[in-house]
Design a protein around this ligand. Structure first.
Ligand code: ZN
Length: 88
């Protein structure tokens, strides 16, 4: 035995991971689930079902401050994972 080392192959680039390139946003108006491409992150879209305006979504962490934290959280349509930190 060589210690049980496992090698993960990453050479198979033809295999696309669809879940990494888009995310889903439930329309606040009609409840329809809209698939949002990852590159549209932070861009306000339109519901494909009822044409209601969809708020911008973020799939990557954003740094918020006292001035914009409350406004962002209260306006955000999806679940928010907050990590609090301070530079001291
Ligand atoms: Zn809708």
């Amino acid at each position: 035995m060589n210690g049980g080392m496992v090698e993960f192959s990453s050479s198979n680039s033809a295999q696309k991971e669809a879940d990494m390139t888009s995310f889903q946003l439930k329309c606040p108006g009609c409840g329809a689930v809209n698939r949002i491409p990852a590159e549209k992150e932070g861009v306000a879209g339109v519901c494909g079902n009822c044409r209601a305006k969809l708020p911008p979504l973020y799939s990557t962490p954003r740094e918020l401050h006292d001035a914009d934290f409350d406004a962002f959280i209260s306006a955000y349509p999806g679940p928010v994972l907050a990590e609090f930190w301070a530079p001291w």
